[in-house]
Design a protein around this ligand. Structure first.
Ligand code: NDP
Length: 226
């Protein structure tokens, strides 16, 4: 039986590597994206994933896209909540919309997507939910009150849903990546990146594939007790 996975933000960066990693293990992947059509079409052509455009911050859009994926691909076994954005700035200068956009895209999206898949997972007594949080949700980061709050919120959400779901054969986990070389971090000033790399014990940034490998493990049957 081929398992079906949804990867939000699955067409670029870390998400693209997760999409590739799951496909390499034999899963069928629905990769969600928001606006970058070029990356989405390239992902579909290169990986064989089906790509779906949906705003994960929009509750109804999530319900609709999951219904479409179920109709076209089958029941969803694995959900990777990877889509995320940053809108950095010191709190005393942060516009209200930067707060809401980051909370809704990184945190509310987990509610929206999980709410759309959880009932069917409970009925089928199998599921894997993997939320991509961040080291900055654990330690906080100057200029990221919005992002740090959203990513810390994902950890509480993950722990609570894990407790609700374990007896139904559904595992819920979060990964907190350190700094990974993607377009998100490429947008940071080089001097900021240099100072961050000096604090990383491995003295380098991580690669997207190094996060994807952990997702592939957590999605597998071997991770049933994690
Ligand atoms: P990228 O900016 O490279 O890619 C983000 C992806 O999310 C894109 O596919 C984008 O779609 C999608 N996305 C953004 N907003 C929405 C939305 N509203 N609805 C649907 N999809 C959306 O990010 P990374 O690969 O760097 O990061 C992936 C995840 O990992 C994020 O949650 C991030 O916070 C987290 N993370 C990243 C770290 C890093 O150092 N890079 C470190 C720790 C955590 P589109 O292509 O259409 O724009």
């Amino acid at each position: 039986m081929t398992r079906i996975a949804i990867v939000t933000g699955g067409t670029r960066g870390i998400g693209l590597c997760i999409t590739k990693g799951l496909i390499a293990e034999g899963y069928k992947v629905a990769a969600l994206y928001h606006g970058n059509e070029e990356a989405a079409q390239k992902c579909a052509a290169d990986t064989g994933a089906k790509v779906y455009k949906a705003d994960v911050a929009d509750f109804t859009a999530c319900q609709d896209v999951v219904a479409k994926i179920e109709a076209e691909m089958g029941p969803v076994d694995i959900l990777v909540n990877n889509a995320g954005i940053t809108k950095d700035g010191m709190l005393h200068k942060m516009p209200e919309d930067s707060w809401h956009a980051v909370i809704e895209t990184n945190l509310t999206s987990c509610f929206n997507m999980c709410r759309a898949v959880i009932t069917a997972m409970r009925d089928r007594k199998f599921g894997r939910i993997i939320n991509i949080s961040s080291i900055n949700g654990q330690k906080g980061q100057l200029g990221q009150c919005n992002y740090s709050a959203a990513k810390a919120g994902m950890l509480g959400f993950t722990r609570a849903l894990a407790q609700e779901s374990a007896a139904k054969g559904i595992t819920v986990n979060a990964i907190c990546p350190g700094y990974i070389a993607t377009e998100m971090t490429a947008a940071m000033p080089q001097e900021v990146l240099d100072s961050i790399i000096r604090q990383i014990p491995a003295a380098r940034m991580g690669q997207p594939a190094e996060i994807a490998d952990m997702v592939v493990f957590l999605a597998s049957d071997r991770a049933a007790f994690v």
